[in-house]
Design a protein around this ligand. Structure first.
Ligand code: ADP
Ligand code: MG
Length: 486
């Protein structure tokens, strides 16, 4: 609308030249620019061409009168905002009202009181100037608002883009973290297997020779002693009256008891030596130098050797009762697998069960008989299923789905690393194409089910590539924590 106010001209519309003259002189003298028109029609034409700032409009005119002129100006959007002041006879109040109703801003009366006319015109010019300023400000504000809306939209777009990028980056990063964790687990796993395997194999190797030595010689020693005792017996029969020295010696060494006790002593030494050989044998079975290769093995041997290694944790340790192990082995065929790794799985699951049972013992003491059940079955001549069950505290529903996550542990720092089950899961599923699952009812106990196919020939490419060079050598304490939580 700014075009309406682009002039400071006051347009006087009157058909009587004297009126025009008087008014225009008064206004010009006061400093206004003045234009004149002598009829409504010519005024409208003139206004179309060049809008005045204010119109002084006579009512009584030939042709269209002031009211009609006003109506037409108000009906035209281009001219409707030009303020109009009617000029009317002093007495004619009907005309004043009608004029105001038609949209006029004011009226002046004839005959003109010069001071009044000037005052009114001045007021309306001022109003019009304020209006103009407001209008201009309004336009500015509108522009500003539009700019702000545009800026806001741009900002929103930018924020969206940024959010999108952050989201993508976060996704990438968490994927990277996941990969890193998996790689770490694999490294730890291979390193752990290697370290533990070496340790156990080394111990087994070192003990093996001396124990064989003892074991083999005990038989001979037993035989020799037996002979010696027989000889003494013979002496006693042949020489029933030995010298005093001999008699004294016989008394001193309590020969009667010695002869009676020596065989017992030998047989317990023999049992001990046999037991050590068995342990050494389980160490060897457990560590399997050939772990990187698929072997056809008796799975029960693996389980038993693992139990043997864990025996010290199963025994009664006053006031703790012993943990019972109930085995129900089906007749299993020979299984193709990575035996060292499968033993690792048994070790992880059995040690978890023992940890869980120890917790129950500590909490409820003798209310239950802590027990581990181990069942093996053949499933449809294709798979074997190994179930390891304990009557420990069980596992809460909400943490069951996290069990196999790397580093998930509920055990105190130093005791748990949270790697046992995630490693076992990898070994069983990825390396043997099997499955590992957990069924647990809190308060009732836990069952882990391992299923692996009978044959592995198709899977040899899954074999884990040990990459020891990527890992710093383990420190002593790391080594301890590794072997403490296999
Ligand atoms: N037999 C079980 N009974 C109860 N909870 C178990 C059993 N086995 C595993 N868990 C739970 O699973 C978690 C993860 O086990 P694992 O991966 O071996 O790590 P860690 O033994 O180092 O904690 C354990 O901290 C424990 O909360
Ligand atoms: Mg564990």
């Amino acid at each position: 609308m700014t075009h309406l106010f682009n002039s400071n001209v006051i347009l006087i519309v009157d058909d009587i030249p004297t009126n025009l003259e008087v008014l225009s002189e008064a206004l010009t003298d006061t400093g206004f620019d003045v234009a004149v028109a002598t009829s409504g029609e010519s005024a409208i034409r003139q206004i179309e061409y060049d809008s005045p700032a204010l119109i002084l409009l006579d009512i009584m005119m030939p042709g269209i009168d002031g009211f009609e002129t006003c109506r037409r100006l108000k009906a035209n959007p281009n001219t409707k905002d030009i303020p109009i002041i009617f000029m009317t006879a002093l007495s004619d109040s009907v005309d004043k009202v009608k004029g105001l109703l038609l949209g006029a801003v004011d009226y002046i009366t004839k005959p003109f009181q010069q001071a009044e006319v000037l005052a009114r015109v001045q007021v309306h010019m001022q109003l019009r100037n304020v209006s103009t300023a407001l209008e201009e400000q309004n336009v500015h504000l509108k522009q500003e608002i539009e700019e702000r809306i545009a800026a806001e939209a741009a900002l929103q777009q930018l924020t969206q883009d940024l959010e999108h990028r952050v989201e993508e980056r976060t996704k990438e990063l968490s994927q990277a973290l996941h990969n890193l964790q998996e790689a770490q687990v694999k490294l730890v796993q291979s390193e752990k297997l290697a370290t533990l395997g070496q340790l156990v194999a080394g111990v087994a190797h070192e003990i093996n020779n001396p124990i064989n030595f003892i074991y083999a010689n005990i038989q001979h020693a037993n035989h020799y002693i037996h002979n010696l005792l027989e000889l003494i017996q013979l002496y006693l029969v042949q020489y029933p009256h030995p010298t005093t020295d001999i008699q004294e010696k016989i008394q001193e060494i309590d020969l009667e008891f010695l002869v009676e006790d020596l065989p017992n002593l030998f047989s317990s030494m023999q049992i001990g030596a046999e037991r050590i050989s068995e342990i050494v044998k389980s160490f060897r079975t457990f560590s399997r130098h050939d772990e990187a290769e698929i072997k056809a093995v008796d799975i029960h041997e693996g389980i038993d050797s693992t139990l043997m290694i864990l025996q010290y944790r199963l025994n009664q340790k006053s006031p703790h009762p012993a943990i019972h192990v109930i085995k129900k082995y089906e007749n299993l065929p020979i299984i193709e697998c990575y035996p060292g790794k499968m033993n690792q799985v048994f070790m992880n699951i059995l040690s978890n069960a023992i940890d869980a049972l120890e917790e129950v013992i500590d909490t409820y003491n003798s209310l239950i008989t802590p027990t581990i059940w181990i069942y093996t079955h053949v499933v449809e001549a294709k798979h074997i299923k190994i179930r390891i069950i304990d009557n420990g505290p069980g596992i809460l529903q909400e943490i069951q789905k996290q069990l196999f996550d790397p580093f998930f542990t509920t055990k105190r720092a130093g005791k748990g690393t949270g790697l046992g089950l995630s490693i076992s899961y990898q070994i069983v599923t990825e390396q043997h194409g099997g499955s590992l699952s957990c069924i647990s009812n809190p308060g009732k106990g836990t069952e882990f089910v391992i299923e692996i196919p009978l044959g592995q020939s198709a899977l040899s490419h899954y074999q884990l590539q040990p990459s020891p060079n990527l890992l710093e050598p383990l420190t002593q304490s790391q080594l301890l924590s590794v072997s403490g939580n296999i």
